[in-house]
Design a binder for this molecule. Sequence first.
Ligand SMILES: [Fe+2]
Length: 252
Amino acid sequence: MEAACAPWPSGALHIERFSAKPQEAPAEGALASYEVAHWTSSGTSLRVAANYMLVHEHYLDLTHIPEVHPGETPPGLEEVPALDQVHVSETSAMYSRAMPPADLADWEAEATGLPRGRQYQRRHHGMFISPAVLAEGWEIDGGDGRLYEQVRIQAVTPETQTSTHLYWRFARNSALDRALVGQHLHEVFENVMRTDVAVVETIEATAGYEGAASGIRVTADAGVLRVRRIVESMLAAEGARAARFASARKTA
Ligand SMILES: [Fe+2]
């Protein structure tokens, strides 16, 4: 699996490439220098009135797209299949799923220039790199020996228990020289992102993260559950370190 992490607006995040085959667990140091010659990207940032884990969990659970983003979901796709591969380490998770063959959504036809009127294979994959960054990829097999890939990168900074700063970026490896295509895709996916934000803000305002997290999870949410465990374990370790530090200061 490969997911590209594109340049950040501020340049604060280095250009990186996450390279690991789906059958391999992510190794420490999987991040490597990335040659961005075949990618282009754009993005924005905003404040979200929701807990940062609601943001992550919404992005991790793609099963919402037929209902929440019907215009961007491939026509005829009524249900997102469960993840077929999940690999976890102590602090990260990689997951992937094959999508059933489907026609092109309008944005896919625009992004790839592929002919309509036939069905295409796709894979959705993601990497929860840490509680700070989630990168998701959408690969369309053009049937011409080429994979047309789009990547969304979400850098998530908790602000308070109920607010989060979100840096969002969309990257693609096709139609690189077509600015109008880039502008159109940016508009489509910024709108998708703002729809997602409205959903998580509504959940925060009604159930809150604790309420949402206590719901029954199904197989399709395997990535969510793995990531939740990772974050809980990291928070517990951080709490233990903080307690040891406070105890050491008292006795010093
Ligand atoms: Fe969404």
